[in-house]
Write a protein that binds this ligand. Structure first.
Ligand SMILES: [Zn+2]
Ligand SMILES: [Zn+2]
Length: 386
């Protein structure tokens, strides 16, 4: 990440978090397994040479050396400090103007494989993830009223579209409200899920962000093809992939995050899991395209993507119809309704805002929606403690 960090400011997402993660256990994926195999061929062939370390350990700083026990031998204090520190850092986000995307599109990919039934997080990974996802969706729409969320599940080796991109929070929440429809089973497929997410965002205009957030509980992925091809196309399509891992770090997940500019983290406990998820609520800073291009070329990926430019976009403020008005057909559902909003350009009637007009395609918003999105662009200065 350091090369990218030099080029642009990250959105307060702290990569230092990751130093604490369980990096040595990177095993599981067949990609990382291959790498580990290489490292093991090195030293430490006899017990007598125990001072020598694996080659893969050399560049690795052991995070547990940094953590100090208190007098009673408990780590509670150290972990608490660590969490408080990262929370404070997030609150003290930079107050200068950073370019951010306020029209956001996010696909939330939830692992629904058998590994989600593990009980290392209480009550279990699956129930906790569903609960946090609901909270996340609510909070995300509150902070990003102009955004849209879609949900994809990974189950039995295929990707399932649980909810298409939608700007209506109740619609999205309804799809993940019932756990019985989402019972975990089989193996996850990271490639299938990311390809499905990529497909559903391919039509989006350049001024909106394309983000994928993966909640990944498994240590393996069962893919039909070469997942590195998917990674390459994500870089080309400027899709930002972030992963919240629940078990341990997988190299392919880390690669997705570093090369597309997303955040990667491994949840240490329930609170940390929630914190990592909620780091994705504020909109990410727009990356300098040069940084992306440099990385993708370094890996032999395709040509550099076109530079992002400032663009003006058309928005309309609709007229709200009172409940006492005569019922008429809405263009979104085709049902008779009294209340609704009138598109200022084509005068068609829609049920909910913010939305794109079904007839003329105009973005219809209300002033409070814009104002709520704007506070990310002009944040309040931090208060001076007294
Ligand atoms: Zn409607
Ligand atoms: Zn219209």
């Amino acid at each position: 990440m350091s090369a990218i960090d030099d080029e642009y400011r990250n959105d307060g997402g702290d990569d230092s978090d990751l130093d604490m993660d369980m990096q040595p256990n990177a095993g599981g994926s067949r990609f990382s397994a291959a790498e580990k195999g290489k490292g093991r061929a090195g030293p430490k062939t006899k017990a007598g040479k125990s001072k020598e370390i694996y080659s893969w350990e050399e560049s690795y700083t052991r995070s547990w050396d940094v953590v100090q026990e208190d007098e009673e031998g408990s780590l509670q204090q150290a972990v608490g400090d660590f969490l408080a520190r990262s929370r404070r850092k997030r609150l003290q986000a930079p107050t200068e103007t950073v370019r951010r995307t306020i029209i956001r599109h996010l696909i939330l990919v939830i692992d629904l494989s058998a590994s989600m039934t593990d009980r290392d997080l209480r009550p279990n990974r699956f129930d906790l993830s569903l609960e946090y996802s609901r909270e996340f969706v609510t909070e995300w729409f509150d902070q990003n009223p102009l955004g849209q969320i879609g949900i994809v599940g990974m189950r039995e080796g295929v990707a399932e579209r649980i909810c298409g991109l939608s700007g209506n929070p109740p619609d999205v929440l309804k799809t993940i409200a019932d756990r019985r429809n989402l019972e975990p089973a089989g193996e996850p497929s990271l490639q299938n899920a990311i390809e499905m997410a990529r497909g559903s965002m391919s039509h989006l205009p350049t001024h909106s962000s394309r983000e994928v957030l993966v909640i990944f509980g498994s240590l393996t992925t069962c893919d039909p093809g070469n997942i590195h091809e998917t990674l390459k196309s994500c870089v080309e399509d400027k899709i930002r992939v972030s992963v919240v891992a629940l078990a341990a770090e997988m190299k392919i997940c880390r690669d997705f995050c570093t090369e597309t500019g997303g955040l990667f983290g491994v949840a240490m406990n329930e609170g940390h899991y929630r914190d990592m998820l909620f780091e994705h609520v504020p909109p990410p800073a727009v990356r300098k395209i040069e940084a992306v291009a440099k990385i993708s070329n370094g890996n032999g990926a395709g040509p550099a993507p076109a530079a992002a430019t400032g663009e003006l976009m058309m928005m309309g403020f609709p007229t709200r119809l009172p409940e006492t008005s005569a019922p008429s057909l809405c263009v979104c559902h085709g049902i008779m309704k009294s209340e609704g909003y009138i598109c200022p350009r084509c005068l068609s009637k829609v049920c909910d805002i913010p939305t794109d007009c079904n007839v003329c395609g105009l973005v219809i918003v209300s002033a409070p929606h814009l104002a709520r999105s704007y506070h990310h662009l002009f944040p309040v200065k931090p208060y001076q403690p007294v």
